[in-house]
Design a protein. Structure first.
Length: 448
């Protein structure tokens, strides 16, 4: 195990949150071989559409080719490394490098593979027609997975399948991505991507969203204000009892409900907007019909190792904590709605999302204050000699009936954080894939 992480006893050295050498190693050991969320298909709906995204510190272009396929390319010119795309999103047939003008095709008859080098200024005159253009296309990622509208990429072509990576966490991610009426998928990203930076380590963000219910006290002010869509107390409505549910050996987890077979009665959640309330009430009835007595789970918030977090219910959003240095993180939020929801419903959701999340969101601001001050107060020569404490609920985890590979603890516990840092330590100490994937998860699910 890693010398700085003692998840068995619930202590972790502060070094892993501030040390530049450890940070550099994480880029190699974790971000160069983990499945990373890079975008949502609704953001690149048409051929030639693209967004720029990130994988660890790398800038990537996520684009849709002429045949409809999704491609993820390193956003770095093969000549001298200039970013070939400096926009957040757009539609193009070609990325032309601003430095010396090499151009890479995305779409078009002559482009066999997106990212192919199609134009080199002075190819005949200066290169004497001798440059092997087929060898100098933009670098593709090793693997891509599309899952219910979400796009994931992995630099490592030998990485395990995405669904194995996800394991039993899949059911919880489904809750965020599926239609509120219980049918599969069909969520879309509303608006663009909110992006902002804050001075903290990326893991502090990931471990908060993996199930830190204990920090509820820091949201007291926003709870008193009451920003929920029903105008009552608190920042959400109809909160259900939650447990910490985590996946040892995979590193994922969140605050969710254990599997159950029936839908609780509808609880009004959008009382401030009668039209929206009526829509959700109707959806609830459809959901009851669609799901019948099939097992279902919900998750209010969770993290998929290493740095993708999501809120499943209120708000409904995906967060990426992109590392930008040991004590700097770039946050990206994508907000989800059912694609076929009426405009009024989308609009009400958008307003609620904005007052809750993002750089100006009242709840997110509370979290950001905690994370930035904790980082500031942890990086001094004295402070960093100490360890953080993760001992809550140590030794009290138990299996989750009906959910192979999962354990539950809590609702207040730090089991999921220990699971997350155990996974982190595994990646940091093991170079190959041997022994890195548990045999539980999909294998057990398939056997059911
Ligand atoms: S760096 Fe792109 S063409 Fe030279
Ligand atoms: Fe929070």
């Amino acid at each position: 195990m890693h010398p700085l992480v003692d998840a068995e006893n619930g202590t972790i050295s502060r070094e892993i949150f501030v040390n530049p050498d450890i940070y550099a190693e994480e880029q190699e050991r974790i971000f160069a071989r983990s499945w990373l969320f890079v975008g949502h298909e609704s953001l690149i709906a048409k051929p030639g559409d693209y967004i720029t995204s990130r994988m660890g510190e790398e800038s990537v272009v996520v684009t849709r080719g002429r045949q409809g396929g999704v491609h993820v390319l390193l956003n770095s010119c093969m000549h001298r490394g200039m970013k070939v795309c400096r926009y957040d999103q757009g539609n193009t047939r070609l990325f032309t490098c601003p430095y010396h003008g090499w151009s890479y095709g995305i779409d078009g008859k002559l482009v066999e593979r997106p990212g192919q080098l199609v134009g080199v200024p002075g190819f005949e005159q200066h290169y004497h027609g001798e440059l092997d253009r087929t060898a100098w296309g933009l670098r593709h990622v090793g693997r891509i997975a599309l899952y219910k509208g979400t796009i994931w990429a992995n630099w490592d072509a030998d990485a395990p399948d995405f669904l194995d990576w996800l394991g039993g966490m899949r059911a919880f991610l489904d809750f965020a991505l599926d239609h509120r009426d219980g049918s599969e998928g069909s969520s879309e990203a509303i608006g663009g991507i909110q992006k902002w930076r804050l001075n903290t380590n990326w893991k502090i963000v990931a471990e908060n969203f993996i199930g830190d219910l204990y920090h509820d006290i820091s949201h007291r002010s926003v709870d008193l204000v009451g920003i929920g869509p029903s105008g009552g107390k608190g920042r959400r409505d109809a909160q259900r009892p939650r447990m910490q549910i985590g996946f040892p050996g995979l590193g994922h987890g969140g605050l969710g409900e254990t599997p159950h077979n029936s839908e609780p009665d509808y609880a009004p959640a959008w009382a401030l907007y009668p039209e929206v309330e009526a829509y959700y009430r109707e959806l609830h009835e459809k959901r009851v019909r669609n799901l019948g007595d099939r097992p279902r789970v919900t998750m209010s918030v969770g993290t998929i190792f290493p740095n993708m977090s999501f809120h499943g219910r209120q708000p409904r959003t995906i967060l990426m904590a992109h590392p930008c240095g040991p004590t700097q993180t770039e946050m990206w939020r994508i907000y989800l709605v059912d694609a076929d929801a009426p405009e009024a419903v989308k609009d009400a959701a958008r307003h609620y999302y904005l007052r809750y999340s993002g750089p100006a969101g009242m709840t997110e601001q509370d979290d950001m204050e905690n994370w930035t001050y904790a980082t500031e107060a942890s990086k001094g020569v004295i402070a960093r000699r100490l360890h953080y404490n993760y001992q809550m609920g140590l030794g009290h985890a138990r299996p989750v009936p009906g959910l192979p590979g999962a354990v539950q603890n809590g609702p207040m516990a730090e089991e999921n954080q220990r699971i997350f840092y155990n996974r982190w330590a595994q990646f940091m100490t093991q170079a190959g894939w041997d022994g890195l994937m548990p045999t539980t998860a999909r294998a057990l699910e398939d056997a059911d």
